[in-house]
Design a protein around this ligand. Structure first.
Ligand code: UGY
Ligand code: MN
Length: 248
């Protein structure tokens, strides 16, 4: 029998690993007929919010973005989306980026559809327009090799333009793939494992992780990862980018 007093989840000052076994649902105004698990937010010390939404048959998300932009990614299933005058059916691996001040509506989901969201307060940059609504999808043919290592591929889902202050990337580690160094950087990450297993090193602590797990890495959380097992190890991750690094 499983012992319910055990979990792989940890929450520390500079990082967190959140496995689904500890999820407790939140009610979010305008998001109905669904469960919402708030996985990362500012209560932890983060500057992003990451949620996982599971939609029932009558599930709907209706709202208007305020100070924060929201990136919605379909982890599994299918849903109708109406945003910025466009209506689309989004299926597994597809996304929509909703900029600030924008009405959105998601409805008519397949039962059990799962959506990942990343939210960030948008920082205007003089001389650059606020980005528009953007639809797109995971496409391995658009994932170039990372740092000259055939075992590592990264697809950037949002354009590399200064108007954007967040990046969302899909990082695929082939069997045996690992980060070529321990990263130590100011940018923050939120991530969700989409496939496979890995060992993640966060601030000199080692965590086995797998599909469905999330990780928060605060600025300067030291990070390294290696794929584990007999299939690719894939995660989608958030990163803050393109803004002046200090107020000092
Ligand atoms: O973009 C990044 O900083 C990325 N290489 N970090 C990570 O996957 N932990
Ligand atoms: Mn990094």
């Amino acid at each position: 029998m499983e012992i319910s007093a055990l979990t792989r989840s940890v929450v520390k000052r500079n990082h967190a690993v959140i496995s689904p076994d500890g999820y407790i649902n939140s009610n979010v105004p305008g998001w109905t007929g669904c469960t919402v698990n708030v996985i990362i937010n500012e209560q932890m010390g983060a500057r992003l919010c990451q949620t996982l939404i599971t939609l029932q048959a009558e599930g709907q998300l209706v709202g208007t973005t305020q100070a924060s932009q929201i990136f919605f990614y379909v982890v599994a299933g299918q849903v109708q989306v109406s945003v910025g005058g466009e209506q689309k059916t989004l299926t597994t691996g597809q996304f929509v980026y909703v900029p600030i001040g924008q009405e959105y509506r998601f409805d008519s989901p397949a039962v059990g559809t799962q959506l990942l969201t990343f939210h960030k307060v948008y920082e205007l940059l003089a001389g650059h327009d606020v980005p528009g609504v953007l639809f797109g999808e995971k496409d391995d043919s658009k994932a170039p090799i990372y740092m000259n290592d055939e075992a590592l591929r990264i697809q950037e889902l949002l354009p590399n333009q200064l108007g954007f202050d967040m990046a969302v990337n899909i990082f695929t580690y082939g069997i045996g793939g690992h980060l070529p160094m321990v990263e130590t950087h100011i940018m923050e990450h939120g991530l969700l494992y989409l496939q496979g297993q890995a060992i993640y090193m966060l601030d000199q602590q080692w965590y086995p992780v797998k599909q469905g797990d999330s990780i928060w890495m605060a600025p300067y959380c030291q990070q390294w990862a290696t794929a584990m097992g007999k299939e690719n190890s894939v995660y989608i991750y958030y990163k803050n980018v393109n803004r002046f690094p200090t107020v000092v």
